[in-house]
Design a protein around this ligand. Structure first.
Ligand code: GDP
Ligand code: IMO
Ligand code: MG
Length: 425
């Protein structure tokens, strides 16, 4: 049965939450495969808005298993808050399963993230300060006392691990940053108070998902962040510390590469980015401001204004290739309604040469000048369209041009945050 991956084609916030929720309607399992509470995925259902950071965007469908896989990193405070927040709004969360192998973001990770960002000064990454870099660092460094979700089930194990971790971290806090040490008992108490909320969900999810797959379940693998925030494929070092690309969907989820049937790349009809790093098509001008206001482009997690610009076709084309995309989900088409003409960057000029793909050497990207083509706008509301055929001709041409650049067929077009504002054919 189908196994589908949903990936952000750009720098995050493309509308993955909305698309995942839609695909979940016909799925049995939704798996969030990486990242942590740096993500903010919005699902609008029945006129209500749900902002999810950790819990998969299929959670509103109570008959669909919602799985947080091994590759995610979990802040217990954030998870408990999100879980209880959903319950308070009538979402039972009884379909949630959490990998015991997922690493735990401990209070010392978020503290370290903030201290590292401060110390970087002018060259800070602009992280969400949720502890993402430090926890993945510990994971890959194979620290002797890592805390994984299993460890929260036995306070004496947790206590031992926190003592081991803080023996090292407190030296870093004192010597490198001149801040007071953290008290192991306080750290354990802070974390343990949240555990009863979700302890019953912790399990071996990779075996669970593999069994579901063998039994013929339809599975949606939900990525967080986006292709150009990927640790390897992104605009390093201005990236996150995990693998949002489609390849990342096979890491610890219980699904291997040949089991994946389709990859939907989600792409806005323009570009945004939060935090520092290259962004060739950025418009720090009234055009960018209009996009920001119409698209409400302020971070779901941090509230920061997002940097806005025209669609970067070079990034889209590269993303389609990196992710082996089989379908394109275009979002936010309605945001472009008022523009009399709309620009798409179809290539970069770098040192007198034309580039149609994102260069691997990021030194070059810093010198990229976008080469634009201009398409006529449609100057009318599209958010009430329900079929592709309902779109004004110029909007259809814009959509077709995006598909041509991505060399990927259009799977859906989103014209508003609501489920019903999605054009499938
Ligand atoms: P994600 O991180 O990829 O899930 O995306 P976010 O939730 O951070 O940001 C997308 C925002 O755009 C959310 O507020 C969505 O409700 C909203 N959204 C999604 N699709 C559309 C669309 O087609 N048009 C408009 N106007 N808003 C949309
Ligand atoms: P969703 O899943 C947009 C950005 C941060 C920063 C960089 C590194 O909602 O699309 P981190 O805290 O991960 O170490 O920050 O990555 N970033 C995101 N930008 N959407 C996200 O998630 C992001 N998650 C991280 O702004 O530039
Ligand atoms: Mg987001």
């Amino acid at each position: 049965m189908p196994c589908k991956v949903v990936v952000g084609a750009q720098w995050g916030d493309e509308g993955k939450g909305k698309i995942t929720d839609l695909l979940a309607e016909t799925a049995n399992v939704v798996v969030r495969y990486q990242g942590g509470s740096n993500a903010g995925h919005t699902v609008v259902a029945g006129g209500e808005t749900f902002k999810l950071h950790l819990i998969p965007s299929g959670i509103l469908h109570e008959d669909v298993l919602s799985v947080m896989a091994d590759g995610t990193v979990i802040d217990p405070h954030c998870l408990a808050e999100e879980y209880q927040g959903l319950q308070a709004r009538g979402v039972s969360c009884r379909n949630l399963r959490i990998s015991g192998n997922a690493h735990v973001i401990m209070p010392y990770h978020s503290r370290l993230d903030a201290l590292q960002e401060e110390a970087r000064g002018r060259v800070s990454i602009g992280t969400t300060r949720r502890g993402i870099g430090p926890v993945y660092t510990d994971k890959t460094a194979r620290m002797p006392q890592p805390v994984r979700m299993w460890d929260l089930l036995d306070e004496s194990v947790l206590r031992q691990r926190v003592a081991g971790q803080l023996a090292e971290k407190n030296k870093v806090f004192g010597v490198l940053y001149g801040v007071p040490p953290m008290d192991p008992d306080e750290v354990v108490a802070e974390v343990m108070q949240h555990v009863p909320v979700f302890a019953h969900c912790i399990t071996d999810t990779r075996t669970l998902v593999a069994a579901q797959h063998r039994a013929g379940a339809t599975i949606v693998l939900e990525g967080a962040q986006g292709t150009f925030l990927d640790l390897d494929y992104g605009t390093y070092p201005y990236v996150t510390s995990s693998h949002p690309v489609a390849g990342g969907a096979c890491l610890g989820t219980g699904i291997g590469p040949t089991a994946i049937d389709s990859v939907t790349i989600v792409c806005k009809s323009y570009s945004t980015r939060v935090g520092a790093g290259a962004f060739p098509t950025e418009q720090a001008n009234p055009d960018g401001d209009l996009i920001r206001e119409r698209g409400r482009e302020y971070g779901t997690t941090t509230g920061r204004p997002r940097r806005c610009g025209w669609l970067d076709g070079v990034a889209l084309r590269t993303s389609a290739q990196i992710n082996s995309a089989t379908g394109l989900a275009i979002t936010m088409l309605d945001v472009l309604n008022p523009f009399p003409s709309i620009r798409i960057c179809t290539a970069y000029e770098i040192d007198g040469e034309r580039y149609e793909m994102m260069p691997g050497n990021l030194e070059l990207l810093a010198r990229a000048t976008p080469i634009y083509e201009e398409l006529p706008g449609w100057g009318q509301e599209v958010s009430d369209c329900r079929k592709l055929a309902d779109l004004p001709e110029n909007a259809r041409r814009y959509v077709e041009r995006m598909a041509e650049i991505a060399e990927t067929p259009v799977e859906m077009v989103s014209v508003g945050p609501g489920r019903e504002q999605t054009l499938l054919d």
